[in-house]
Design a protein. Structure first.
Length: 319
């Protein structure tokens, strides 16, 4: 007997299956099922949108539907954390071909719900539509709860640079998968699902962070945004960057490159990168550099051990 597809379910049957059994926190007064969700935050609201598309952000051959659901939500909610806000609500729009198995969508939904639960956010709505390939658009909301938003423009000379989360593991996983391998397992899992350090945006805010950013494109690229927005220079200490054994294994196996390149330029881990005044760095964060004043006629930049990094600059451009 052929597996049921989303065409068999129909739009409203699929929505009913996706939203079945959802519970809402007290802050959400109207959940899925009406024209809009309604929530009552205690402070200013932050909002962001991320899109993931098949064969651009993920491949079915590499990632299962549960992985895609978690990654879609986690990569979006990392931006809420980067503002120093508390995750509140998530809206997911799914585009898929009619022949997509219903089981794929249900497993995807399990991943969405699991990541929402990890973050303390509620799935409050969304949409489904026909499309030539699977596409996911996630809109996320966060509550600042009276705190001041953490911006990229707040870094000041004399601050230290620190991070929490993991760096460069997803990039090593992408390198492995791109060559047809499935090990080391740690880096492959990191590519499939990020480990967002939920709650640490709030911790950074309470510790007095001067700036904060989600590390989606690697420290060189993302701290470059901070440097330009703040009008400063940033220098990273390579000796403070711990290289995982799995990253060393991958680098050695695919050509003997410097595994630091994964850490400095690799994205999709969604660690948090922040700047702090002196001793204000929270417990569990690792100091990896410092903020410097710009010299005469100098441009905002990020260096490693006082020099321009000789490897890949990192970052990703869709166009």
């Amino acid at each position: 007997m052929a597996a049921r597809t989303i065409a068999d379910e129909g739009e409203f049957g699929l929505i009913a299956a996706v939203t079945s059994g959802l519970t809402m926190p007290d802050a959400v007064t109207v959940g899925p099922g009406d024209d809009c969700a309604v929530f009552a935050p205690t402070g200013q609201v932050v909002v962001s949108t991320d899109a993931l598309y098949e064969d651009v952000h993920f491949r079915k051959a590499w990632s299962g539907p549960h992985d895609v659901g978690r990654k879609a939500v986690g990569s979006a909610l990392a931006d809420v954390e980067a503002m120093g806000a508390t995750p509140l609500g998530v809206v997911v729009a799914l585009s898929a071909p009619p022949e997509t198995p219903t089981d794929w969508v249900l497993e995807f939904t399990k991943g969405v719900r699991e990541e929402c639960e990890l973050a303390g956010a509620a799935l409050v709505g969304g949409d489904t539509t026909r499309g030539p390939a699977i596409g996911v658009v996630v809109t996320v909301f966060g509550d600042l709860q009276g705190r001041t938003p953490l911006l990229r423009s707040g870094a000041r000379p004399g601050d230290v640079v620190a991070y929490v989360g993991r760096l460069g593991m997803a990039a090593a996983g992408l390198a492995v998968l791109g060559r047809g391998f499935r090990s080391p397992g740690a880096v492959v899992r990191a590519h499939r699902v990020p480990e967002v350090p939920y709650g640490q945006g709030r911790v950074a805010s309470q510790a007095g962070a001067t700036s904060l950013i989600d590390c989606s494109d690697g420290p060189l690229a993302d701290l470059g945004h901070v440097a330009r927005a703040s009008g400063v220079a940033i220098d990273l200490d390579s000796g403070s960057l711990d290289v995982d054994e799995a990253q060393k294994t991958v680098a050695a196996a695919i050509g003997g490159g410097d595994p630091l390149n994964y850490i400095l330029t690799g994205g999709d881990d969604h660690a948090l990168l922040g700047t702090f005044a002196g001793s204000d760095v929270p417990q569990g964060w690792t100091v990896i550099g410092r903020v410097l004043p710009l010299g005469p006629d100098a441009e905002a930049s990020v260096t490693v051990d006082g020099k321009v990094w000789s490897g890949d600059a990192g970052g990703w451009r869709h166009f």
